[in-house]
Design a protein around this ligand. Structure first.
Ligand SMILES: C=C1C[C@]23C[C@@]1(O)CC[C@H]2[C@@]12CCC[C@@](C)(C(=O)O1)[C@H]2[C@@H]3C(=O)O
Ligand SMILES: O=C(O)CCC(=O)C(=O)O
Ligand SMILES: [Fe+2]
Length: 344
């Protein structure tokens, strides 16, 4: 079966762009992680209600319409009443903390290989920035057992069970959200056939941002858009910011028991630019560490992503057709210029 692993294999990274720093041994910010532009202060809002992403209840009879509006206006929303049992999200959070509190040499046993997509390492986008990010990640595609076994040879079952169960739950929500989004975009039945398929492209990224001695001069995760159709994010902490045209960087504070959903490049293409693929970044804290779990959801890698346009001439396709696999390759080379590279 063609998987995301295969798509990333064709775009190997240098080992130096995979290995994280041992952050615990740096009481002050090293030059390699000091960003030259001071990070702007948080925005202050006169009206916080109009300057924060909407909260949508999945049980609301108007949920489809509200999701459409949120994707158009913000490219992001909080999702409550999503049906994932609290025990499942708590179990995953526990495992993420257990993983990242291990000594660096133990985590390095599962270091991502240069041509690999899974395991421990820094963000794939790192080579596009001259400074490093204050961040560690662990990527899971399907079963994490191959990587987890290297870290805990005798004790990896609980980690794997919890992660796999979480991926299943994410897929259920993702399928439901995809159907709702396709409804809003009037995507044809033919182009929706993949939704129930088993070879969807899903990846779970566990993120860790250690507390940082100089948070205003460092970057947790540098500004980027996600390649996915959309990303479902769980985090107990603030720090994520979404860029909104005309407003600037908007902080996204987590709502208890809600997930954060934001759209990615594939949905931007499918919607012919109607849904945004928001730039986002992660800021740091001097006194607290931060964890997040991001589930990236996309169609199978051979699926042809094409803009949904009506016959109306005023809505000519803004992007050419591109397969998931081809776009992953474009993103690996062009990063922030990828969408303009395929624009018509
Ligand atoms: C499916 C994926 C999306 C992602 C690359 C990955 O293979 C798994 C890691 C993901 C991540 C997380 C941090 C930000 C990001 C841009 C990166 O460098 O790795 C995303 C990737 C993406 O959206 O392209
Ligand atoms: O940690 C976060 O809140 C965001 C993570 C993110 O943007 C990503 O994994 O792509
Ligand atoms: Fe992201």
């Amino acid at each position: 079966m063609n998987t995301l692993n295969e798509a990333y294999k064709a775009h190997p990274l240098h080992l130096g762009d995979i290995i994280p720093l041992d952050f615990s041994s740096y009481p002050s910010l090293p030059e390699s992680h000091a960003w030259s532009q001071a990070i702007d202060e948080n925005f202050s809002f006169n009206d916080p209600a109009s300057s924060s992403i909407p909260v949508i209840d999945l049980m609301d009879p108007n949920a489809t319409k509200l999701i459409g509006l949120a994707c158009e206006n913000w490219g992001a929303f909080h999702l409550k009443n999503h049906g994932i049992p609290l025990g499942v999200t708590q179990g995953v959070e526990e495992e993420v903390q257990r993983l990242f509190s291990l000594p660096t040499e133990q985590k390095l046993k599962a270091l991502r290989s240069p041509s690999g997509a899974t395991g421990y390492g820094i963000a794939r986008i790192s080579p596009f920035f001259s400074k490093c990010m204050w961040h560690e990640g662990f990527t899971i595609i399907g079963s994490p057992s191959h990587d987890a076994e290297k870290i805990w040879p005798d004790d990896f079952a609980r980690f794997c069970d919890r992660m796999e169960n979480y991926e299943k739950q994410m897929q259920i929500i993702a399928k439901r959200l995809t159907e709702m989004m396709c409804e809003v975009l009037k995507i044809s039945e033919e182009k929706r056939k993949w939704i129930g398929a088993s070879d969807i492209s899903g990846a779970l990224q566990l993120n860790f941002y250690p507390s940082c001695p100089e948070p205003n001069r460092a970057m947790g995760l540098a500004p980027h858009t996600d390649t996915s159709m959309f990303t479902i994010l769980q985090t107990p902490s603030s720090g994520l910011q979404i860029f909104k045209e005309g407003k600037g960087w908007i902080p996204v504070h987590p709502h208890p028991e809600a997930l954060i959903v934001h759209t990615g490049d594939f949905l931007h293409i499918m919607s012919n630019g109607r849904f945004c693929s928001p730039l986002h970044r992660v800021m740091l804290n001097e006194n607290s560490k931060r964890y997040s779990m991001a589930y990236f959801y996309s169609p199978p890698i051979d699926y042809v992503v094409s803009p949904s346009v009506t016959k109306d001439l005023s809505s000519a396709a803004r992007f050419r057709d591109v397969t998931v696999k081809e776009y992953i390759g474009i993103k690996a080379q062009k990063f922030a210029d990828s969408l303009s590279f395929i624009s018509t």
